[in-house]
Design a protein around this ligand. Sequence first.
Ligand code: TYM
Length: 366
Amino acid sequence: DSVVFSGIQPTGVPHIGNYFGALRQWKLMQDAAPPGAKLFFCIVDWHAITMPQDAHILMQKKKEMFAAIMAIGLDPERSTIFYQSEVAAHTELMWILSCTASMGYLNRMTQWKSKMHLSDDAEGLDNDVAQKLKLGLFSYPVLQAADILVHRATHVPVGEDQKQHLEFSRECVTNFNHTYNTECLVSPRTITTPSPRIMSLKHPNRKMSKSSPVEASRIDITSTKKEIRQRINAAVTDSLNKVTYDPVNRPGVANLLSILSQCSNASFNTSNISSSSASPATTMTTTPEALAAHLSGTSLKDLKELTADALVRELKDVEGAYHEALALKGGKYIQELQALGAEKARESAEDTMRLVREAVGLGGPV
Ligand code: TYM
């Protein structure tokens, strides 16, 4: 049977980029999954500490992310939602995988290079950079591979930027199974979200991001109707008062069209999670291009209004559900749910670890 796994960093309340790029996909997969499929969604706090964090704020952000995941309709009865650091087997498997993973492969990964502001073609590290580079950031992909492999996930829904990490996870499977002459780890498939990158509302050449200090550059999924309208109205566009889809020359307008198109499409990458054969991907019903053609006679003011209306409709229940999730059971609801999720995740991980330990010669009777 299929096992779906995905992870997200605890960045607090997600913005619409996280939502269209990942969270909505999780919800759609949950709703489409056949009864036998298992689903795991993990808030990756161990990954978060590869960058400096304030302890108190990190705790708060984990809880906000959990509540937001609940608020968009993930069902804790159907999906196992948990904090990574509650399931020690993720790091146990990470260590074991580290012993068969290649440094050379990790060295070519782009994500830590970009964090270190190295260019993609930089070969090695000079001493200064190596001092600043933390081992955890370098081995980040090994932990991500362990997250996936410890649940023997078959399907991993992620945005484009995670593709390289998923390839590395498959590489870890090959290395491990080959070294220990076993088949106990399973190669996961990447299910890419058919969402274009949602860009900043103020600098539409950059992606919408939690780390931008400009609050008006993003829309959180728990925003009120009024906030959504204000932010869309204040989005940077250009002085050509008509609608065309031209991401290079008119990135602001293109971004509005992307958002509008996302709201019009409840479709997703339909790679059938109950079959193992490769199936055709993406079915986008209303592309930004098609919308632009349809709206060619429309003013930018009207485009903004349409986009705001669509977004208000898409997110109409989220704010209320979010605050309810945080308030339920005198504020203890999330704490209870996370404990339940962690328990289920520990069971699933333990099933795999028994096989892994045996294959390696760890644990078990001599
Ligand atoms: P993270 O937390 O950066 O992002 C979570 C998911 O959201 C997608 N995403 C976006 N998609 C479209 N537009 C955007 N502006 C945008 N921003 C983020 C990402 O592609 C991702 O799918 N390393 C992972 C977390 C992780 C993980 C895992 C994922 C840890 N272990 C195991 C899958 C499986 C990360 O930092 O994602």
